[in-house]
Design a protein around this ligand. Structure first.
Ligand code: G3P
Ligand code: MG
Length: 229
């Protein structure tokens, strides 16, 4: 039996609205996505903010390291000339359980605060752990997440090494392997599935690649153009 392949908007709906903004996330929700992927960092005043890069230069009118700015300083910068950098809490409130939220731990020391935020939404605000997936390329952050709260679904990101990702997944009882779609083939998807991991591939935008990933039976496709998946 084949199950439906889930559609996850990458950094919101990156192809249409500036990545990792509330407006981009709203665009993805308007497409009725099953999930939304975002990246988080910790800023100088301690809040978790949603942003991909370690520096402000590419996406904003600011420059330098994001982690050196407080939240109120970050709020003065404009993303792509018009949008604000959102906090993780603002994103959670916007999504309001309308889709899965895949939080990628991008910055250092983001695991514990992210997990405590999730726990708060589960314990007090009507969310379920299954509404979240926490993923990272940084396996120390994933270990911290596992130590903080073992109920939170975890995903092991990999750009180039499925075997290593599978080994890490075992140690943190991960739910998913999230590989670059370019290293995925029928055999390694099956291997991961036989070990009961979901396989969530990124970043798949081309129609032929989308078709191939669906034929492999991946659990979810993370795309800049979720409306095309
Ligand atoms: O989480 C999937 C994908 O976002 C990983 O790469 O660089 O786009 O964060 P990146
Ligand atoms: Mg990401």
């Amino acid at each position: 039996m084949t199950s439906k392949c889930l559609v996850i908007g990458h950094r919101g709906a990156k192809a249409y609205v500036a990545e990792n903004t509330l407006e981009s996330i709203q665009k993805a929700l308007d497409f009725n996505v099953d999930g939304i992927e975002i990246d988080v960092h910790c800023c100088a005043s301690g809040e978790l903010v949603v942003f991909h890069d370690f520096t402000l230069d590419r996406m904003t009118n600011g420059n330098g390291k994001l982690e050196e700015y407080t939240l109120s300083e970050l709020k003065d910068f404009l993303v792509d000339g018009q949008y604000k950098i959102p906090t993780l809490e603002e994103v959670i409130q916007l999504i309001d359980r309308k889709s899965l939220l895949n939080i990628e731990l991008k910055g250092k020391h983001t695991a514990e605060a992210t997990c405590l935020t999730i726990q708060d939404y589960v314990d007090h605000k009507g969310w379920a752990y299954t509404d979240f997936l926490v993923s990272s390329f940084d396996y120390h952050e994933l270990e911290d997440a596992f130590k903080t709260n073992r109920h939170i679904p975890l995903g092991v990101l990999t750009n180039d090494n499925m075997d290593e990702a599978l080994a890490v997944a075992e140690t943190i009882r991960a739910q998913a392997i999230n590989p670059n779609f370019k290293i995925v083939n029928r055999d390694n998807v099956k291997l991961a599935q036989d070990k009961n991991y979901n396989v969530n591939v990124w970043t798949v935008n081309d129609a032929a690649d989308i078709k191939r990933m669906k034929a492999y039976g991946v659990h979810a496709i993370i795309s800049d153009t979720p409306d095309k998946v």
